[in-house]
Design a protein around this ligand. Structure first.
Ligand SMILES: [Zn+2]
Ligand SMILES: [Zn+2]
Length: 372
């Protein structure tokens, strides 16, 4: 299994003009210097020097819990972790600003989280493709399409803080081979006589099932099965803005991409994620084997599946996030920083809903009176 030292993939790429650290610029899709504005040409899809996307051996990582951790070591880069006291999300900041409020829920009560260098280094990421200005436009359209949201919300769409956050994901690969056996059901029809309501003898066709034992085997390769590791973004919202094109567009991790952005530290760890992935694969194998059973239907399907060559990657995906509180509740609106897909939660204005109901009732009254 190909193993590289993550520290080797963490190179520094200073600004050629002033020597400051370069940052990823979503609007220009390239690396740029935040101080002197120098732009460094960067071809998308082309790895930065000395970096490549690597799959890690799962067994190796689980049995050697300290390998590939610490983000390449404290010497390679300065990072700071803070935890939100309200939603418990942990944010990582690389070489730069630390937010004063939680990006995930807006709470100001954030405290330092001991950075124990125990976090697995991200192997690759999708850099932001949708810029803040583009996301602001989408956000305005999205709020505009919410009929029953309180009016206050629409004006907030222009001023709300939009945070660019890299969310942690796990991806898993495995080669599965399964043996299955089941009872295959074949339909046939028998004539049956019965008495109808008038007491007359009638015949009808009744469906029967003939059960025959069946068995087979199946090989399947699982490629980049995603398991989110986030605690900060509500899972239902995340599902709505997936997919992230991880199979084709991942870039090898480099601190230039995350400097100046917030990175969420995963809270679903590798062990937990691996079990979720195992369950998901088993369910999928059950479905795939079920499709192989001959006949019209089946029952008692038993699948004995083995998973070999399991590898994983810890990756980061880009998300734009707005969080606001309305009344006592907190709401999130999220945008996929790569595809632009949006999803959000919103409070409802009962005054507006009340007026809409009233308007419908008046219309019905009007139509009724016109018909008379
Ligand atoms: Zn510079
Ligand atoms: Zn929070």
């Amino acid at each position: 299994m190909a193993q590289t030292d993550p520290a080797a993939t963490v190179g520094k790429h200073p600004c050629p003009e002033c020597g400051a650290d370069l940052q990823w610029n979503a609007a220009r899709q390239t690396l740029a210097c935040p101080y002197c504005g120098t732009v460094v040409p960067y071809a998308p899809g082309q790895a930065l020097p000395g970096a490549s996307v690597v799959e890690q051996d799962l067994q190796q990582a689980l049995s050697h819990p300290s390998s590939g951790r610490g983000w390449g070591g404290a010497a390679a880069l300065e990072k700071r972790e803070v935890q939100c006291q309200s939603c418990h999300a942990i944010s990582v900041f690389v070489d730069g600003k630390v937010a004063r409020r939680c990006d995930f829920c807006g709470s100001p009560s954030i405290i330092d989280h001991p950075s124990l260098n125990d976090a697995i280094t991200p192997q690759s990421l999708l850099p932001f493709k949708v810029s803040e200005a583009q996301m602001r436009t989408r956000l305005r359209q999205w709020y505009g399409s919410r009929w029953f949201a309180p009016g206050k919300l629409k004006s907030a769409a222009l001023t709300d803080t939009l945070s660019g956050v890299y969310l942690p994901y796990w991806t898993f690969d495995a080669q599965a081979s399964a043996r299955w056996h089941a009872e295959a059901g074949h339909y046939y029809y028998e004539s049956e006589s019965y008495q109808d309501a008038k007491g007359q003898r009638q015949t009808r066709q009744v469906r029967q099932v003939r059960w025959v034992p069946a068995a087979g085997s199946l090989d399947h390769f699982f490629d980049d099965q995603l398991v989110p590791g986030t605690a900060g973004v509500h899972p239902a919202l995340l599902r709505q803005i997936e997919p992230f094109p991880t199979q084709t567009d991942l870039q090898p991790y480099s601190p230039e991409f995350v400097r100046g952005w917030t990175v969420e530290r995963y809270q679903i760890d590798l062990g937990k994620a691996e079990k979720l992935n195992q369950d998901a694969m088993q369910q999928q194998m059950q479905v795939l084997c079920g499709r192989q059973v001959p006949g019209d239907t089946f029952r008692n399907l038993q699948v004995d599946a083995r998973y070999q060559g399991r590898t994983f990657k810890h990756i980061l995906v880009p998300v734009w996030l707005v969080s606001y509180t309305y009344g006592a509740r907190s709401f999130q609106v999220v945008g996929n920083g790569y595809t632009g897909a949006m999803a959000g939660e919103q409070p409802y204005s009962w005054v507006k809903i009340g007026f809409a109901v009233l308007a419908v009732l008046l219309l019905i009254l009007l139509l009724v009176s016109l018909n008379q």
